[in-house]
Design a binder for this molecule. Sequence first.
Ligand code: COA
Length: 333
Amino acid sequence: MPANPSPLTDPTAEDLRAWYRVQSAALAHDRPGEPVPSQAAVRAGLTATGSRRRLVLWLLRGSGDDPVATAALRLPDAPDGEPAGGPAEIQLTVHPAHRRLGTGSRLLATVTEAATDAGCGSLAAEAVSGTPGEGFLATRDFLPVTRLTWQRLALDEIPGQVGKLPEVPHPGYRLTAWEGAVPDALTDAFVSALRALPAPPEATGTLGEPRWDPAGVHETAELAARRGDRLLTVAALHDDGEVVGYTTVLLPGDGARRAHQYDTAVVPAHRGHGLGLWMTSEMLRRLPAAQPDLAEIHTGVPDDNRQLLAVNTALGYRPLHRSVRYRLRLRRR
Ligand SMILES: CC(C)(COP(=O)(O)OP(=O)(O)OC[C@H]1O[C@@H](n2cnc3c(N)ncnc32)[C@H](O)[C@@H]1OP(=O)(O)O)[C@@H](O)C(=O)NCCC(=O)NCCS
Protein backbone atom coordinates (compact mmCIF):
# COMPACT_ATOMS: atom_id res chain seq x y z
CA MET A 1 0.00 0.00 0.00
CA PRO A 2 1.38 3.47 -0.84
CA ALA A 3 2.38 5.50 2.27
CA ASN A 4 -0.40 8.01 1.74
CA PRO A 5 -3.00 6.75 -0.72
CA SER A 6 -4.99 9.33 -2.69
CA PRO A 7 -8.75 9.49 -2.62
CA LEU A 8 -10.66 8.13 -5.58
CA THR A 9 -11.90 11.34 -7.17
CA ASP A 10 -13.91 10.08 -10.12
CA PRO A 11 -14.61 6.33 -9.77
CA THR A 12 -14.79 4.46 -13.07
CA ALA A 13 -17.10 1.50 -13.68
CA GLU A 14 -14.08 -0.76 -13.10
CA ASP A 15 -13.31 0.98 -9.76
CA LEU A 16 -16.91 0.38 -8.67
CA ARG A 17 -16.67 -3.30 -9.62
CA ALA A 18 -13.39 -3.59 -7.68
CA TRP A 19 -15.02 -1.86 -4.70
CA TYR A 20 -17.83 -4.39 -4.81
CA ARG A 21 -15.38 -7.31 -4.87
CA VAL A 22 -13.89 -6.15 -1.55
CA GLN A 23 -17.29 -5.46 0.03
CA SER A 24 -18.97 -8.68 -1.05
CA ALA A 25 -16.00 -10.86 -0.01
CA ALA A 26 -15.83 -9.15 3.41
CA LEU A 27 -19.57 -9.41 4.06
CA ALA A 28 -19.69 -13.08 3.05
CA HIS A 29 -16.73 -13.71 5.38
CA ASP A 30 -17.85 -11.62 8.36
CA ARG A 31 -21.59 -12.38 8.25
CA PRO A 32 -21.88 -15.90 6.85
CA GLY A 33 -25.41 -16.91 5.91
CA GLU A 34 -26.63 -13.35 5.49
CA PRO A 35 -27.62 -11.86 2.14
CA VAL A 36 -24.85 -9.88 0.42
CA PRO A 37 -26.11 -6.61 -1.11
CA SER A 38 -26.17 -6.47 -4.90
CA GLN A 39 -23.57 -4.63 -6.96
CA ALA A 40 -26.29 -2.17 -7.99
CA ALA A 41 -27.11 -1.33 -4.34
CA VAL A 42 -23.46 -0.83 -3.39
CA ARG A 43 -22.87 1.34 -6.48
CA ALA A 44 -25.96 3.45 -5.73
CA GLY A 45 -24.71 4.02 -2.17
CA LEU A 46 -21.46 5.44 -3.56
CA THR A 47 -22.81 7.49 -6.43
CA ALA A 48 -26.14 8.87 -5.15
CA THR A 49 -25.24 10.92 -2.08
CA GLY A 50 -27.05 13.68 -0.24
CA SER A 51 -26.05 17.34 -0.24
CA ARG A 52 -25.37 17.38 3.53
CA ARG A 53 -22.69 14.72 3.51
CA ARG A 54 -19.59 14.64 1.34
CA LEU A 55 -18.29 11.19 0.55
CA VAL A 56 -14.53 10.65 0.20
CA LEU A 57 -13.44 7.22 -1.08
CA TRP A 58 -10.19 5.28 -1.14
CA LEU A 59 -9.66 2.07 -3.12
CA LEU A 60 -6.40 0.22 -2.60
CA ARG A 61 -5.09 -2.30 -5.08
CA GLY A 62 -2.31 -4.82 -4.65
CA SER A 63 0.11 -6.38 -7.07
CA GLY A 64 -1.70 -7.52 -10.19
CA ASP A 65 -4.21 -4.71 -9.63
CA ASP A 66 -6.31 -6.89 -7.33
CA PRO A 67 -8.55 -4.80 -5.06
CA VAL A 68 -7.33 -5.09 -1.46
CA ALA A 69 -9.24 -2.56 0.66
CA THR A 70 -11.78 0.26 0.60
CA ALA A 71 -12.46 3.22 2.86
CA ALA A 72 -15.44 5.56 2.83
CA LEU A 73 -15.46 8.78 4.86
CA ARG A 74 -18.74 10.65 5.18
CA LEU A 75 -18.05 14.25 6.08
CA PRO A 76 -20.80 16.52 7.33
CA ASP A 77 -21.08 19.47 4.95
CA ALA A 78 -22.54 22.40 6.85
CA PRO A 79 -25.01 24.19 4.54
CA ASP A 80 -23.83 27.54 5.88
CA GLY A 81 -20.23 26.78 4.95
CA GLU A 82 -19.00 26.88 8.56
CA PRO A 83 -16.28 24.36 9.53
CA ALA A 84 -17.89 20.98 10.05
CA GLY A 85 -16.97 20.30 13.71
CA GLY A 86 -19.46 17.44 13.82
CA PRO A 87 -18.99 13.72 13.40
CA ALA A 88 -17.62 12.03 10.32
CA GLU A 89 -18.50 8.41 9.66
CA ILE A 90 -16.02 5.86 8.41
CA GLN A 91 -16.30 2.44 6.89
CA LEU A 92 -13.02 0.58 6.39
CA THR A 93 -12.97 -2.80 4.70
CA VAL A 94 -9.99 -5.02 3.99
CA HIS A 95 -10.51 -8.05 1.75
CA PRO A 96 -10.36 -11.20 3.94
CA ALA A 97 -7.40 -12.54 1.91
CA HIS A 98 -5.32 -9.45 2.77
CA ARG A 99 -6.00 -8.92 6.48
CA ARG A 100 -3.64 -8.67 9.43
CA LEU A 101 -0.88 -7.14 7.32
CA GLY A 102 -1.28 -3.58 8.57
CA THR A 103 -3.46 -2.33 5.68
CA GLY A 104 -6.43 -1.45 7.90
CA SER A 105 -4.21 0.50 10.31
CA ARG A 106 -2.55 2.52 7.56
CA LEU A 107 -5.89 3.23 5.89
CA LEU A 108 -7.29 4.36 9.23
CA ALA A 109 -4.39 6.80 9.61
CA THR A 110 -5.11 8.26 6.15
CA VAL A 111 -8.82 8.62 6.80
CA THR A 112 -8.29 10.10 10.28
CA GLU A 113 -5.97 12.71 8.82
CA ALA A 114 -8.51 13.62 6.13
CA ALA A 115 -11.29 13.98 8.70
CA THR A 116 -9.08 16.11 10.99
CA ASP A 117 -8.11 18.33 8.04
CA ALA A 118 -11.81 18.78 7.24
CA GLY A 119 -12.36 20.13 10.78
CA CYS A 120 -14.30 17.15 12.13
CA GLY A 121 -14.45 16.72 15.90
CA SER A 122 -14.85 12.95 15.92
CA LEU A 123 -15.10 9.78 13.90
CA ALA A 124 -17.99 7.33 14.16
CA ALA A 125 -17.62 3.69 13.12
CA GLU A 126 -19.59 0.48 13.57
CA ALA A 127 -18.38 -3.12 13.75
CA VAL A 128 -20.26 -6.40 13.95
CA SER A 129 -19.69 -7.99 17.36
CA GLY A 130 -17.35 -10.96 17.30
CA THR A 131 -15.65 -9.92 14.04
CA PRO A 132 -12.10 -8.52 13.73
CA GLY A 133 -13.51 -5.00 13.30
CA GLU A 134 -14.46 -4.95 17.00
CA GLY A 135 -10.90 -5.69 18.22
CA PHE A 136 -9.48 -3.39 15.57
CA LEU A 137 -11.49 -0.32 16.67
CA ALA A 138 -11.24 -1.06 20.40
CA THR A 139 -7.43 -1.24 20.26
CA ARG A 140 -7.17 1.98 18.25
CA ASP A 141 -8.67 4.34 20.85
CA PHE A 142 -12.27 4.13 19.64
CA LEU A 143 -14.72 4.10 22.55
CA PRO A 144 -17.93 2.05 22.46
CA VAL A 145 -20.99 4.33 22.51
CA THR A 146 -23.98 2.18 21.55
CA ARG A 147 -24.52 -1.55 21.33
CA LEU A 148 -27.20 -2.77 18.94
CA THR A 149 -29.12 -5.97 18.43
CA TRP A 150 -30.00 -6.63 14.79
CA GLN A 151 -33.33 -8.38 14.45
CA ARG A 152 -35.05 -10.11 11.55
CA LEU A 153 -38.63 -11.11 10.83
CA ALA A 154 -39.49 -13.56 8.03
CA LEU A 155 -42.43 -12.04 6.21
CA ASP A 156 -44.28 -15.33 5.86
CA GLU A 157 -44.58 -15.24 9.66
CA ILE A 158 -46.31 -11.85 9.66
CA PRO A 159 -49.97 -12.90 9.27
CA GLY A 160 -49.69 -15.29 12.23
CA GLN A 161 -47.75 -12.84 14.39
CA VAL A 162 -49.86 -9.76 13.65
CA GLY A 163 -53.09 -11.78 13.84
CA LYS A 164 -52.22 -12.80 17.41
CA LEU A 165 -52.18 -9.20 18.58
CA PRO A 166 -55.21 -8.04 20.53
CA GLU A 167 -57.16 -5.19 18.92
CA VAL A 168 -56.35 -2.50 21.47
CA PRO A 169 -58.14 0.84 21.08
CA HIS A 170 -55.94 3.94 21.01
CA PRO A 171 -58.37 6.75 21.89
CA GLY A 172 -57.10 10.16 20.87
CA TYR A 173 -54.74 8.78 18.22
CA ARG A 174 -54.93 7.64 14.61
CA LEU A 175 -52.49 6.19 12.10
CA THR A 176 -51.53 7.55 8.70
CA ALA A 177 -49.05 6.32 6.09
CA TRP A 178 -47.17 7.69 3.10
CA GLU A 179 -44.63 6.61 0.53
CA GLY A 180 -41.64 8.82 -0.34
CA ALA A 181 -41.55 12.37 0.99
CA VAL A 182 -43.81 13.34 3.89
CA PRO A 183 -46.95 15.07 2.55
CA ASP A 184 -46.74 18.89 2.68
CA ALA A 185 -49.62 19.10 5.15
CA LEU A 186 -47.67 16.96 7.66
CA THR A 187 -44.12 18.23 7.05
CA ASP A 188 -43.96 20.71 9.93
CA ALA A 189 -45.61 18.30 12.37
CA PHE A 190 -43.22 15.52 11.29
CA VAL A 191 -40.15 17.75 11.72
CA SER A 192 -41.42 18.79 15.18
CA ALA A 193 -41.72 15.11 16.13
CA LEU A 194 -38.15 14.42 14.99
CA ARG A 195 -36.92 17.39 17.02
CA ALA A 196 -38.82 16.19 20.10
CA LEU A 197 -37.02 12.84 20.10
CA PRO A 198 -34.00 12.50 22.37
CA ALA A 199 -30.73 12.45 20.40
CA PRO A 200 -29.05 9.03 20.32
CA PRO A 201 -26.00 8.76 22.63
CA GLU A 202 -23.56 8.86 19.69
CA ALA A 203 -25.03 12.22 18.63
CA THR A 204 -24.43 13.98 21.93
CA GLY A 205 -21.48 15.89 23.31
CA THR A 206 -18.81 16.79 20.79
CA LEU A 207 -20.53 14.71 18.14
CA GLY A 208 -23.23 17.32 17.69
CA GLU A 209 -27.01 17.06 17.66
CA PRO A 210 -28.73 15.92 14.48
CA ARG A 211 -30.37 18.93 12.81
CA TRP A 212 -33.80 18.30 11.36
CA ASP A 213 -35.57 20.68 9.02
CA PRO A 214 -38.11 20.23 6.18
CA ALA A 215 -35.40 20.27 3.50
CA GLY A 216 -33.45 17.52 5.28
CA VAL A 217 -36.54 15.35 5.66
CA HIS A 218 -37.41 15.72 1.97
CA GLU A 219 -33.84 15.06 0.92
CA THR A 220 -33.82 11.71 2.75
CA ALA A 221 -36.80 10.61 0.67
CA GLU A 222 -35.33 11.99 -2.57
CA LEU A 223 -32.07 10.16 -1.93
CA ALA A 224 -33.90 6.84 -1.51
CA ALA A 225 -35.74 7.49 -4.79
CA ARG A 226 -32.50 8.35 -6.63
CA ARG A 227 -31.07 5.02 -5.46
CA GLY A 228 -34.16 3.29 -6.86
CA ASP A 229 -35.52 2.38 -3.41
CA ARG A 230 -38.89 3.21 -1.85
CA LEU A 231 -39.40 4.68 1.59
CA LEU A 232 -42.60 3.77 3.44
CA THR A 233 -43.62 5.56 6.63
CA VAL A 234 -46.43 4.83 9.08
CA ALA A 235 -47.01 7.63 11.59
CA ALA A 236 -49.21 8.09 14.64
CA LEU A 237 -51.10 11.37 14.91
CA HIS A 238 -52.68 12.84 18.01
CA ASP A 239 -56.20 14.27 17.67
CA ASP A 240 -54.71 17.76 17.79
CA GLY A 241 -52.81 17.07 14.53
CA GLU A 242 -49.42 16.53 16.17
CA VAL A 243 -47.23 13.71 14.76
CA VAL A 244 -46.30 11.69 17.85
CA GLY A 245 -44.45 8.71 16.39
CA TYR A 246 -43.39 7.00 13.20
CA THR A 247 -41.73 3.95 11.72
CA THR A 248 -39.96 3.92 8.35
CA VAL A 249 -39.03 1.02 6.07
CA LEU A 250 -36.77 1.09 3.02
CA LEU A 251 -37.96 -1.22 0.24
CA PRO A 252 -35.02 -2.22 -1.98
CA GLY A 253 -35.29 -1.35 -5.67
CA ASP A 254 -32.68 -3.85 -6.88
CA GLY A 255 -34.76 -7.01 -6.47
CA ALA A 256 -33.25 -7.82 -3.04
CA ARG A 257 -35.73 -9.60 -0.80
CA ARG A 258 -34.76 -7.92 2.49
CA ALA A 259 -36.36 -4.61 3.56
CA HIS A 260 -34.64 -2.46 6.13
CA GLN A 261 -36.58 -0.83 8.96
CA TYR A 262 -35.04 2.47 10.01
CA ASP A 263 -36.18 4.37 13.07
CA THR A 264 -39.24 3.49 15.05
CA ALA A 265 -39.88 6.18 17.63
CA VAL A 266 -42.57 7.76 19.79
CA VAL A 267 -42.04 11.22 21.24
CA PRO A 268 -41.54 11.02 25.03
CA ALA A 269 -44.83 12.76 25.98
CA HIS A 270 -46.86 10.08 24.16
CA ARG A 271 -45.08 6.93 25.29
CA GLY A 272 -46.85 4.18 27.24
CA HIS A 273 -49.93 4.05 24.96
CA GLY A 274 -48.86 1.08 22.82
CA LEU A 275 -48.20 3.32 19.81
CA GLY A 276 -44.90 1.59 18.88
CA LEU A 277 -46.61 -1.80 18.61
CA TRP A 278 -49.57 -0.27 16.77
CA MET A 279 -47.44 1.53 14.16
CA THR A 280 -45.13 -1.42 13.58
CA SER A 281 -47.95 -3.94 13.18
CA GLU A 282 -49.65 -1.58 10.71
CA MET A 283 -46.38 -1.37 8.76
CA LEU A 284 -46.10 -5.18 8.73
CA ARG A 285 -49.70 -5.48 7.49
CA ARG A 286 -48.86 -3.18 4.58
CA LEU A 287 -45.56 -4.75 3.49
CA PRO A 288 -46.77 -7.82 1.56
CA ALA A 289 -48.93 -5.64 -0.71
CA ALA A 290 -46.28 -2.91 -1.02
CA GLN A 291 -43.62 -5.33 -2.31
CA PRO A 292 -44.92 -8.89 -2.76
CA ASP A 293 -41.52 -10.56 -3.37
CA LEU A 294 -39.99 -9.45 -0.04
CA ALA A 295 -38.80 -12.32 2.17
CA GLU A 296 -37.80 -10.51 5.34
CA ILE A 297 -37.39 -7.26 7.21
CA HIS A 298 -34.45 -6.38 9.39
CA THR A 299 -33.59 -3.63 11.82
CA GLY A 300 -30.96 -2.58 14.37
CA VAL A 301 -32.15 -1.61 17.85
CA PRO A 302 -29.93 0.03 20.50
CA ASP A 303 -29.80 -2.23 23.56
CA ASP A 304 -31.02 0.55 25.85
CA ASN A 305 -34.25 0.81 23.82
CA ARG A 306 -35.96 -1.96 25.81
CA GLN A 307 -39.43 -0.89 24.65
CA LEU A 308 -38.64 -1.28 20.97
CA LEU A 309 -36.86 -4.60 21.52
CA ALA A 310 -40.00 -5.80 23.35
CA VAL A 311 -42.33 -4.53 20.58
CA ASN A 312 -40.32 -6.26 17.87
CA THR A 313 -39.99 -9.48 19.87
CA ALA A 314 -43.76 -9.54 20.42
CA LEU A 315 -44.17 -9.24 16.64
CA GLY A 316 -41.87 -12.21 15.98
CA TYR A 317 -38.56 -10.46 15.19
CA ARG A 318 -35.62 -12.64 16.20
CA PRO A 319 -31.99 -11.65 16.90
CA LEU A 320 -29.57 -12.01 13.97
CA HIS A 321 -26.31 -10.53 15.19
CA ARG A 322 -25.02 -7.67 17.34
CA SER A 323 -22.91 -4.64 16.55
CA VAL A 324 -21.14 -1.84 18.39
CA ARG A 325 -21.01 1.83 17.42
CA TYR A 326 -17.76 3.50 18.38
CA ARG A 327 -16.43 7.00 18.34
CA LEU A 328 -12.97 8.46 18.30
CA ARG A 329 -12.30 12.05 19.32
CA LEU A 330 -10.07 13.86 16.88
CA ARG A 331 -7.53 16.41 17.90
CA ARG A 332 -8.12 19.91 16.54
CA ARG A 333 -5.63 21.34 14.10
C1 COA B 1 -11.09 -4.38 10.78
C2 COA B 1 -10.27 -4.50 9.48
C3 COA B 1 -10.46 -3.23 8.68
C4 COA B 1 -8.81 -4.67 9.87
O1 COA B 1 -8.03 -4.72 8.68
P1 COA B 1 -6.53 -5.31 8.71
O2 COA B 1 -5.85 -4.96 7.43
O3 COA B 1 -6.56 -6.72 9.10
O4 COA B 1 -5.92 -4.41 9.87
P2 COA B 1 -4.46 -4.44 10.47
O5 COA B 1 -3.65 -5.54 9.87
O6 COA B 1 -3.90 -3.09 10.37
O7 COA B 1 -4.76 -4.72 11.98
C5 COA B 1 -5.40 -5.94 12.33
C6 COA B 1 -6.08 -5.71 13.65
O8 COA B 1 -7.45 -6.14 13.60
C7 COA B 1 -7.78 -6.75 14.84
N1 COA B 1 -8.04 -8.15 14.56
C8 COA B 1 -7.80 -8.81 13.44
N2 COA B 1 -8.22 -10.08 13.53
C9 COA B 1 -8.73 -10.20 14.75
C10 COA B 1 -9.36 -11.23 15.44
N3 COA B 1 -9.53 -12.43 14.89
N4 COA B 1 -9.78 -10.98 16.68
C11 COA B 1 -9.62 -9.77 17.25
N5 COA B 1 -9.04 -8.73 16.63
C12 COA B 1 -8.62 -8.95 15.39
C13 COA B 1 -6.56 -6.61 15.73
O9 COA B 1 -6.69 -5.38 16.43
C14 COA B 1 -5.45 -6.55 14.73
O10 COA B 1 -4.34 -5.86 15.21
P3 COA B 1 -3.02 -6.73 15.47
O11 COA B 1 -2.74 -7.49 14.20
O12 COA B 1 -2.01 -5.67 15.77
O13 COA B 1 -3.35 -7.59 16.61
C15 COA B 1 -10.71 -5.76 8.69
O14 COA B 1 -10.72 -6.88 9.53
C16 COA B 1 -12.08 -5.63 8.06
O15 COA B 1 -12.21 -5.18 6.93
N6 COA B 1 -13.16 -6.00 8.79
C17 COA B 1 -14.54 -5.86 8.29
C18 COA B 1 -15.05 -4.41 8.30
C19 COA B 1 -14.86 -3.75 9.66
O16 COA B 1 -15.25 -4.28 10.69
N7 COA B 1 -14.29 -2.54 9.64
C20 COA B 1 -14.01 -1.78 10.86
C21 COA B 1 -15.09 -0.83 11.21
S1 COA B 1 -15.31 0.51 10.07
